[in-house]
Design a protein around this ligand. Structure first.
Ligand code: HEC
Length: 174
């Protein structure tokens, strides 16, 4: 008697649970997706920098670098954000200063974070996702590429390095 009841109970519970669980998961997934979409559009509406559009200045610069690359190398297939991240993080020996240095030494390894100059001056994040002023001024970009590349690499950055690096900055969001 008891055994039968228990089995019945278990079966009933199991059926009920299964019956509820399958549609329940679907509804949950849809709700999560809708909430996600809502948050994304809300953010986009409130903060124009998050609207998903890269600043015009960096798009123009990337286009020029792409043209330059394609002219030099007909097999060029576009810039690579992963390579750009590697470039950003790689520490090299600066012989003149006798120290190991990388782009991340000043900018931190996360381009969405604020960095710190050698003189302890704060540096705003390089990624447009975190700083609406980032990559919006072509002359500023050229100036700092020149200064920072000669400091870190003891030479200017190549078109490939600049393009990969900018692709990386945009890959963390715009
Ligand atoms: C010694 C510290 C230091 C190092 C190392 C460094 N930077 Fe910078 N970088 C700065 C400072 C300071 C600024 C100017 C920030 C500002 O104007 O708020 C800057 C600005 C920039 C900008 C301009 C961003 C914009 O929005 O226009 C780019 C691009 C840049 N750096 C790239 C690099 C790259 C690539 C490397 C590595 C090759 C590098 N930096 C290494 C200190 C550094």
């Amino acid at each position: 008697m008891n055994g039968t009841n228990m089995n019945d109970g278990n079966l009933k519970n199991g059926n009920l649970k299964n019956g509820r669980k399958i549609p329940g998961r679907g509804v949950l997934a849809w709700t999560a997706m809708l909430v996600g979409l809502f948050v994304v559009s809300l953010t986009a509406g409130l903060v124009p920098a998050f609207a998903g559009e890269a600043p015009a200045a960096v798009k123009e610069m990337l286009k020029k670098l792409e043209t330059q690359m394609a002219n030099e190398n007909p097999g060029f297939k576009g810039f690579n954000a992963v390579q750009g991240q590697e470039f950003f993080k790689t520490r090299r020996m600066n012989k003149k200063e006798n120290e190991m240095i990388s782009c991340a030494s000043c900018h931190t390894e996360d381009p969405r974070k604020s960095g710190m100059s050698k003189a302890n001056k704060p540096i705003k994040p390089l990624a447009p996702a975190a700083n609406p002023e980032a990559l919006t001024d072509r002359r500023n970009m050229e100036k700092w590429f020149y200064r920072n590349c000669t400091q870190v690499l003891e030479r200017e950055c190549t078109a490939q390095e600049k393009g990969d690096f900018l692709a990386f900055l945009l890959s963390v969001g715009v």
